[in-house]
Design a protein around this ligand. Structure first.
Ligand code: XMP
Length: 511
């Protein structure tokens, strides 16, 4: 498969570059800038992209490349810091921008030289997204200027003969009007890509690879019902069928009918599907626990225990399968950020079973590719396109202590909310939406009687990465309909509120 290598200098949009390249049907991998050149060369890429980064190329200790990369003979596109790195190495000069006008941030009108292959077919000008404090004071030798802005004459440089290009702006972000076209030009016109990366093709390759690797061995998978573990299960089922055992621990805190939906989706494969209905066991452990972290810990621990018991019944396991995806791989070891919530991921259970190896069949895929692969494998759309659902489930959407009555009440309300959102077509625009059962009770009046029932909060957000999020402006009429239905249909709820906080300062979930 043809391949692009993305050399990571620590910029904030690095994953986005990789996704954009894959969207152009070209396979790519992100490699840290410290990767030895020989290792990069052994991967035989058709082109290389240098990402942006927070540093200044001229400072001591800033991330650098092996200068021999410039005599290797592969096309290179440098973005922002990557562009400055090319200039710095090939005889140009990068300096701090002297005045504010050369320091560019945000949307900027950019004028392209459409005679340059990188910009060919584009209009003469367009909006691009800039974010740089350094400035290319001197263009490197053999390079021509290929784009400019009103403030800066050196927005893009090109050495068409050697196939080296640099842009100060970020073609990977949506704010850059013709960003996707620019990347496509680099891939197809400069690196001469054929575009052989499709999920259909990947499915066959991945199945063949799994069969070769697993042979006659036994595989165990913890299935949560989330997109990643479901697609991993479907892929493994297709590859090794009855050698696979999926253990689906239903902790009783799933959404309405979710357990049955997951089970039904796997009925067509000849695999060992174990559903453990552990609702009472989990509720017993959770009884009286009202502190969010404590609830998460109890569920995480109990999950491992149930899984362990089931795994023992399977006997010797050769492979433990996990639904790890590419962003997890890129982000792993990315510093020690403060723990806001101890996320419980049911895929990650390496300590509890005796096994020989781990298989992670989705390790090189982005979420949208995982969804696409799920479709290729014939998983139902409701499973493949479902919004994220936290491992601890409704436990962290019931504020305070948890009882079966509260879980049932929330399940019903959440179902109504999701049903109405889907009916109104709002589900397509939103990243996540759900109901939260608060532990606040208030007085209401229904019929002629007084009520003293729970307040339910509705939450709906838009986000591209779940690290930050904005609350969704859903229509009042829709909120009204949902509110009326829930209060009328769900016993125990007499008041509905809508959460209008972004993340930060709030988080998406309430606990
Ligand atoms: P927060 O609430 O931290 O959530 O803004 C960000 C995203 O992560 C999901 N989430 C979890 N996912 N295990 C998971 O697998 C967890 O324990 C967990 N907690 C939160 C949340 O639904 C949102 O999509």
């Amino acid at each position: 498969m043809e391949k692009i290598l993305i050399i990571d200098f620590g910029g904030q949009y690095n994953q986005l570059i990789a996704r954009r390249v894959r969207e152009c049907n070209v396979y790519c991998e992100v490699k840290p800038y410290t990767t030895p050149l020989t290792e990069l060369q052994a991967m035989k890429p058709i082109g290389v992209i240098f990402t942006g980064g927070p540093q200044s190329v001229y400072l001591e200790g800033s991330p650098q490349v092996d200068p021999a990369i410039f005599t290797w003979g592969v096309p290179i596109l440098g973005i922002c810091y990557g562009c400055q790195l090319i200039a710095h190495n090939l005889g140009g000069q990068v300096t701090p921008a002297q005045d504010d006008s050369a320091r560019e941030y945000g949307k900027t009108i950019t004028y392209y030289d459409t005679g340059c292959k990188l910009f060919s077919g584009l209009p003469k000008q367009g909006i691009s997204w800039m974010s740089h404090g350094d400035y290319m004071a001197k263009v490197p030798e053999r390079f021509a200027l290929a784009a400019r802005s009103d403030a800066c004459p050196n927005v893009a440089i090109a050495d068409e003969e050697r196939g080296f290009y640099g842009v100060q702006f970020h073609p990977e972000v949506d704010h850059t009007e013709y960003g996707a076209d620019i990347l496509r030009n680099f891939l197809y016109k400069i690196c001469r890509a054929k575009g052989d990366w499709t999920m259909d093709g990947y499915k066959d390759l991945a199945i063949a690879d799994l069969r070769r690797r697993i042979g006659g061995g036994k595989v165990l998978l913890a299935l949560s019902g989330g997109v990643d573990s479901s697609v991993a299960a479907a892929l493994l089922a297709e590859a090794v069928g009855s050698q696979l055992t999926c253990v689906f621990v239903d902790h009783g805190l799933m959404r309405y009918n979710e357990g049955n939906e997951v089970e039904d989706a796997f009925a067509k494969w000849d695999l060992n599907f174990v559903r453990v209905n552990a609702e009472s066991r989990f509720l017993l452990k959770l009884a009286g626990a009202d502190e969010p972290e404590r609830k998460r810990k109890i569920i995480g621990e109990e999950f491992v225990r149930v899984f362990e018991e089931e795994a023992k019944k399977v006997g010797t396991v050769d492979f433990l399968a996990q639904g790890t995806i590419y962003p997890d791989v890129i982000e792993s070891g990315a510093g020690d950020a403060a723990v806001i919530k101890s996320h419980h991921n049911v895929g990650g259970l390496p300590d509890c079973v005796d096994f020989r190896e781990i298989v992670e069949p989705l390790r090189m895929l982005f979420k949208d590719e995982v969804r696409q692969l799920g479709r290729e494998l014939g998983l139902p759309e409701y499973l493949v396109s479902r919004q994220p659902f936290p491992g601890p489930g409704l436990a962290i959407r019931i504020i305070g202590d948890i009882t079966k009555e509260k879980a049932d009440c929330l399940r019903q309300a959440d179902f109504i909310f999701r049903e109405e959102m889907a009916r109104a077509g709002e589900d397509k625009n939103l990243s996540q939406y759900f109901a939260v059962l608060t532990n606040t009770r208030s007085v209401g009046v229904m019929g002629d009687g007084r009520t003293y029932d729970y307040t339910l909060a509705l939450r709906a957000v838009t986000t591209s990465d779940f690290m930050t999020a904005d609350w969704a402006r859903i229509p009042y009429e829709l909120l009204d309909k949902v509110s009326t239905r829930i209060v009328n249909e769900v016993k125990g709820i007499n008041r509905i509120v809508y959460d209008i906080t972004s993340k930060p300062p709030a988080t998406i979930e309430w606990e």
